[in-house]
Design a protein around this ligand. Structure first.
Ligand SMILES: C[S@@+](CC[C@H](N)C(=O)[O-])C[C@H]1O[C@@H](n2cnc3c(N)ncnc32)[C@H](O)[C@@H]1O
Length: 398
């Protein structure tokens, strides 16, 4: 669960900024910039989040959990994974019930989602399952594998991700795209500029320079977006590259992308989002200064659904549809899953109430229920539409 915006944080002194950040990481970034000139914001984000020693995701593995900085849907309660299992079951069925099928989870985090799905699948699909968690480092990936094996599912673990050349099965990415590095752009004097990170007066500052790649301008153009003078926007080229890679990877299967995002016209609306949607998360507080808590706060940006769908189609994947998480989970029978949780052998009233409270938050359109869900497919029956797309709240526009 991502908290709502806080009041703006008071300015911090240089001493405070050093003290609250991973100092060796700040030094490394400073040396890089002082030695070679300003770096793109995307480069800054890669190091701030994923530097092997001091990056945000390298130093602790509990980031998306109750003890960490924010709470994702799978970490909130296994009922989320149980609902998704219904969609995975259906995909396996529509693929013709293959003897083995892969469930590849991008950004598997703590492994909570894969485990919840495996435990809720039908017996037949569970027997065919090969779970393939993908994480940013080998260490995080093996921790997920160890958790899955310890829960009694060792036989359902797929070979490590590098081995995979083509995939038959399901790819799930929950809060993966928002964690990937973004480029930041602005318009200055009528010209598109890319925000780089410079080092001035002892700390990081934005500096608008010519774009590092023509892809930035091209992406906005293809989405029909014209930024206005002074507007700031994020462009997720790494996410786009990932969707292209799916086009090469998925032979037959279903792709489920869950994240917060908007169609391009809304995401880049100069009236409502003039300053962009880069957000920071630190101990369940949200902010917008990426140069605070360097290496100690999450940096995220919203997804541009319009561009992702265009790229998916260009990559040969069928865009099956996009919905909200609330509608997706309702279509998958989240209510039925709640009844099942309440009537499990050994379940008590506290278990039921915990599941019920998670359901309320998962469906809340102002919280996790407002996330978007994009379904892509290739080589599987698409009629009728997947069950997750079967429910639509009356009167909701896409
Ligand atoms: C917001 S967390 C979501 C984790 C999990 N999917 C969940 O819902 O709890 C983002 C995750 O993305 C992972 N990640 C970031 N970049 C990645 C990459 N290039 N490949 C695989 N995982 C990545 C991070 O390590 C982190 O676990």
């Amino acid at each position: 669960m991502r908290p709502s915006p806080d009041l703006p944080a008071p300015p911090a002194s240089l001493d405070e900024r050093w003290a609250e950040s991973q100092a060796p990481l700040v030094e490394r970034l400073r040396d890089l910039i002082v030695g070679g000139g300003p770096i793109t914001f995307a480069q800054f984000m890669v190091l701030a989040l994923y530097d092997r020693e001091h990056g945000y995701y390298a130093t602790r593995s509990d980031r998306p959990t109750r003890d960490g900085d924010f709470l994702t849907a799978p970490e909130m309660h296994p009922i989320f994974g149980a609902a998704l299992a219904t969609q995975v079951d259906e995909a396996w069925d529509r693929l013709g019930r293959p003897a083995t099928f892969t469930l590849r989870e991008e950004a598997a985090g703590s492994g909570a989602l894969g485990l919840a799905i495996a435990e809720a699948l039908s017996n037949e699909a569970a027997a065919a399952l090969r779970y393939q968690p993908v994480e940013v480092s080998a260490g995080r990936e093996s921790a997920v594998r160890a958790r899955f094996a310890a829960a009694g599912h060792a036989a359902a673990l797929a070979a490590s991700s590098e081995a995979e050349a083509s995939l038959t099965g399901v790819v799930i990415a929950n809060e993966f795209l928002d964690a990937l590095p973004v480029h930041r752009v602005t318009v200055d004097g009528g010209v598109l500029r890319e925000i780089h990170v410079a080092w001035r007066d002892g700390w990081f500052v934005d500096e608008a320079l010519p774009p590092s790649t023509s892809e930035l301008d091209a992406t906005l153009g293809l989405a029909g977006v014209r930024l206005v003078e002074g507007q700031v926007a994020e462009i997720g080229l790494a996410g786009h590259a990932w969707v292209r890679s799916l086009g090469r990877l998925v032979d037959r299967g279903l792709v489920i992308v869950i994240d917060y995002g908007h169609p391009a016209t809304t995401l880049y609306d100069p009236e409502r989002r003039r300053g962009g949607l880069l957000r920071t998360y630190h101990r369940h507080h949200v902010g917008d200064d990426p140069y605070r808590f360097v290496g100690e706060q999450d940096l995220t940006a919203h997804v541009d659904w319009t561009t992702l769908q265009r790229i998916a189609a260009e990559a040969g994947l069928t865009v099956l549809g996009r919905t909200t998480q609330a509608e997706f989970l309702a279509g998958l029978g989240l209510g039925d899953r709640l009844v099942e949780f309440g009537s499990r052998p050994g379940a008590d009233r506290a278990d039921y109430l915990a599941a019920r409270s998670a359901v309320a938050r998962l469906l809340d359109p102002g919280a996790l229920g407002g996330f978007g869900v994009l379904l892509l497919g290739r080589g599987l029956d698409t009629a009728p539409p997947p069950r997750g797309l079967s429910f639509r709240l009356p009167g909701r526009e896409s």
